[in-house]
Design a protein around this ligand. Structure first.
Ligand code: MLT
Length: 408
């Protein structure tokens, strides 16, 4: 008798954004005359930068000739892209990352979800709350948790974020092996300083643990004093893996390109305490289970680092950050405390009400989709997340509709 992986039965019935999509579809069916404005899932709305499109077209033209055609590429990514990433995203900021420490992939969601596979199933896991749900769900699927009680799984060390700590969690009180951190944070938009990050790096070094650092939103950092990468922090090469994405940075949510950095100096241990290269494990996993991102997509991603690409990406981010500023101001003017939106495309709004009820109210009364904070963990209850990814016009209409809904 074939048996299922019963760990899946411990999960909530559906993935957060699938659940929201279902509710929105039902609402649209019931009220087809008023189009909803989507400020829920962080999905970009603007065209790819011109430099990326040009490179994309050129690469497709190359594929149209026998001489320029490419079949399977290197699983870890083409050298031209890995070198551009290492130079522009790391070395230019004083972080010592080499091209062969970069693994190009089709998404940070996949990488942050898959990385846990290379660690022992008994690893003790620390996960912030609230946070992007993929980290928790994939550990549940892997059997690292017990049952879920009152919104929390047995066996997970939750790192609480709240208004008192500014959504920067404190160090765990019990020893942990694998620590997920996400800055600028999804969903709260909170950012971490170099001094605060150093505390985590030192903790990981002292406890022989590893930090899984999700920096998918680093391009939205405006404050020059904030670190963009954990590798800007001394000692991080020995304790951290970093995840990045072109999705939000350059509008690649539908194009698919991301990367993970695994320094060669990063070690994890066998049961007998022998150090083993994490880079070699991830390389083995990647080459067995992944066949690389397509050549045209990697050429399009490389173009992000051209002079024109850099300017166009900066414009794209400025566009969304103008939305973020307007959303934050509008909600604050209505008397709702907010964080985020200054170095992040997400605005985290304290509603003081049940977050799914607030989500439903905004959907019904304003026709605006947000994300209920409780979907990111129990500490998200009472909050909603509003995304800045939409047009200026739609954001202006959404803020008008929200104002009317909340004042009625
Ligand atoms: C989000 O809205 O949190 C993200 O867009 C989801 C994702 O990147 O998978």
């Amino acid at each position: 008798m074939i048996r299922i992986n019963e760990n899946y039965l411990k999960l909530q019935a559906s993935y957060l954004f699938a659940d929201i999509a279902r509710r929105v579809a039902a609402h649209q069916k019931a009220q087809p005359d008023r189009p909803v404005i989507r400020l829920g899932i962080g999905d970009v709305t603007r065209a790819l930068p011109e430099a990326c499109i040009t490179a994309f077209h050129q690469a497709i033209d190359e594929m149209a000739t026998d001489a320029g055609f490419r079949g399977y590429g290197p699983e870890q990514g083409y050298g031209f892209l890995r070198e551009a990433i290492a130079q522009n995203d790391f070395r230019s900021r004083g972080a010592h990352i080499h091209a062969d420490e970069i693994f190009v992939s089709d998404g940070a969601k996949c990488d942050t979800g898959n990385i846990q596979e290379i660690f022992d199933s008994a690893s003790r896991i620390a996960i912030p709350d609230p946070v992007y749900p993929v980290y928790l769900d994939t550990n549940v699927m892997a059997g690292r948790t017990g049952k879920c009680r009152n919104g929390r799984y047995d066996g997970i060390t939750y790192l609480d974020g709240n208004a008192q700590n500014g959504f920067i969690p404190e160090l765990p009180e019990v020893p942990v092996d694998l620590i997920y951190l996400c800055f600028p944070n999804n969903p709260t938009g909170a950012t971490i300083t170099a001094q605060q990050l150093k505390v985590w790096v030192d903790y990981a070094a002292a406890n022989r643990s590893i930090i899984l650092y999700d920096a998918a939103y680093e391009a939205f950092i405006r404050d020059d004093g904030l670190p963009h990468s954990i590798y800007e922090i001394e000692g991080a090469r020995q304790v951290a893996i970093e995840f990045r994405s072109f999705s939000k940075t350059a509008g690649f949510t539908g194009t698919r390109c991301a990367y993970t950095v695994v320094p060669k100096s990063l070690m994890a241990f066998t049961a007998s305490g022998e150090p083993h290269s994490v880079h070699s494990l991830w390389s083995r996993r990647h080459s067995t289970k992944f066949n690389g991102v397509s050549y045209p997509v990697q050429r399009a991603a490389q173009a992000v680092y051209s002079d024109a690409g850099k300017r166009q990406v900066a414009d794209l981010i400025d566009y969304y950050m103008t939305n973020a500023d307007r959303i934050r101001r509008a909600l604050q003017a209505l008397g709702y405390p907010c964080i985020g939106g200054e170095n992040s495309p997400y605005i985290w709004v304290s509603t003081g009400k049940d977050s799914w009820a607030f989500f439903d109210m905004l959907l019904q009364k304003a026709g605006v989709v947000c994300t209920p904070g409780a979907g990111f963990g129990t500490c998200g209850e009472g909050y909603i997340r509003i995304s800045a990814f939409n047009s200026h016009e739609n954001v202006a209409t959404a803020m008008d509709r929200i104002r009317q809904a909340l004042e009625s």
